[in-house]
Every structure is written in structure tokens, then in C-alpha cells.
Write a protein of this length. Structure first.
Length: 251
């Protein structure tokens, strides 16, 4: 009876693990319909910074392979860092064959004062691409084109980055260059003299804690939307500084 109970417990744990992964990747590989426009100029001006909290996208490894998301896709910032494959469809006059792969780094805000050209208003799924990315799948004069998209895995070079900001009483950590599914849903931090501390999302991929941790080495647990977690121990040394960036394990 005891062996049977243990076996049932193990099977239940395995089922739940598979269930979490399945939910996290339920829309991977499935093409869906949307529309796309572009913003900024050919060199990327106008696409830096943004609602996900990233800064210089070139320094942070994203470059011009980026997109802003409409309300329906942005999910209050939880989709920041996710990667998409996009192709122009059903418009032979303007479409250019091929696909692009981009990372979500910004938000395309809705405009409720308009009754037409409301591309980023709910419930529309819309990508506002950097100009160089748009020009890979459509001609400039098109302005807006129908597209198909799907979530894909993010392939990043190097480790996950932790940029630490704030003050002695409040720590704000920006996570970027995240591999795997890309979108972070949970972060915990640990000082060398503390237990694991739950962080909360401030905005985009900025995570915060009000626990003072100066003078302690810092470790992180980062979980993405598919349930996978990576733990980076002692990423920041005890003499870490505000404004510095530290590198940990990636997915």
C-alpha cells in the first residue's frame, strides 16, 4: 500500500510538471493572425528604452530585432522578453517573402480617441516593429500589413543579465538577455545572510524588493512562463554597486 501511494505521488508530480510546461508552451509553434506596422527610423531611433524597462537595446544585445506589442499581446508587461517569428501574408502587393524573428521590448499603446486605424487597441493583436524588421517582410509604402506569427524559443548569447538599481532601502533589478521562452514570471533574490526573498514586478522586466541587502553577495532564482527555473548563486559579489550589471546562468 505504501509503495502504491508513493508511486501515485510521483506520477502526480510528473503530471503536474508536464502540465505546467504544456501550459507555458501552449501557443508555441501555432501560427496566429495579426497585423504589423513600424515605428522609429532605419537606425532604430525611437525604439530604445520603452515600456519593458530595457535601455540601450544595442548594448543589451537586442539590437534592431525588436517589436512593440499591442495590449492584447503585451499582457501588462508579462510578455516582455518573449520571442516571435513573423511573416507577411495575404497581401501580394506589399508582402516580401520570408520571416523575421524579434523580441518584445516595448508596448504599442491603445488610442481610444480614434475610430479608425486603431491597430493597438484591444482586442487586436498587433506588432509595431522596428523599421528595419518591417522592411524585411513588407515594402515601406504598405504602412500596415496582415501577418502571421508564432512564439518561438529565444536564443541569446551569454548569460542572463541582472542590472541593479535603486538605493540602500530599495533594490530594482532589470532582467534582460533571457533565453528559453524569454518571458520572466517570477524572481527571488537571496543575500548571503538571508533566506530566499520573493521579488515583485515593478514594471516590464524590472523586479523589486524593499529588503536592504548592501554588503551581501546576491543570488537569484528566475522562473519563466513555461515553469523552468534557473538559479544563479553569488552572481553579485558582496561589494556590488548600484548601476552595475552582473551575469548569471541562462535558460
Amino acid at each position: 500500500m505504501a509503495r502504491r501511494s508513493i508511486k501515485c505521488l510521483i506520477n502526480g508530480v510528473i503530471f503536474m510538471a508536464l502540465f505546467v510546461v504544456t501550459i507555458g508552451r501552449s501557443n508555441f509553434g501555432q501560427w496566429e493572425d495579426a497585423h504589423a506596422t513600424f515605428y522609429g527610423d532605419i537606425s532604430g531611433n525611437g525604439t530604445m528604452q520603452g515600456a519593458c524597462g530595457y535601455g540601450d537595446l544595442f548594448k543589451q544585445g537586442y539590437g534592431l530585432r525588436t517589436t512593440a506589442l499591442s495590449t492584447a499581446l503585451f499582457n501588462n508587461g508579462q510578455t516582455c522578453g518573449a520571442c516571435f517569428q513573423i511573416m507577411c501574408v495575404n497581401d501580394p502587393q506589399w508582402c516580401i517573402p520570408g520571416t523575421i524573428e524579434v523580441t518584445a521590448t516595448n508596448f504599442c499603446p491603445p488610442d481610444y480617441s480614434k475610430t479608425h486605424d486603431i491597430w493597438c487597441n484591444p482586442p487586436q493583436k498587433h506588432f509595431d516593429l522596428s523599421m528595419p524588421m518591417f522592411l524585411k517582410i513588407a515594402q515601406y509604402k504598405a504602412g500596415i500589413v496582415p501577418v502571421r506569427y508564432r512564439r518561438i524559443m529565444c536564443h541569446k548569447s551569454g548569460g542572463l543579465r541582472f542590472e541593479i538599481k535603486g538605493n540602500p532601502y530599495w533594490i530594482l533589478v532589470l532582467l534582460y538577455n533571457v533565453g528559453g521562452v524569454g518571458d520572466v514570471v517570477n524572481v527571488k533574490i537571496k543575500g548571503s545572510n538571508t533566506n530566499w526573498i520573493q521579488m515583485s514586478r515593478n514594471w516590464g522586466q524590472n523586479w523589486q524588493t524593499g529588503t536592504p541587502l548592501l554588503g551581501q553577495s546576491l543570488s537569484f532564482q528566475v522562473t519563466t512562463s513555461d515553469g523552468n527555473m534557473v538559479q544563479s548563486d553569488n552572481v553579485a559579489p558582496a561589494n556590488w554597486q548600484f548601476g552595475a550589471t552582473y551575469e548569471g546562468k541562462n535558460f
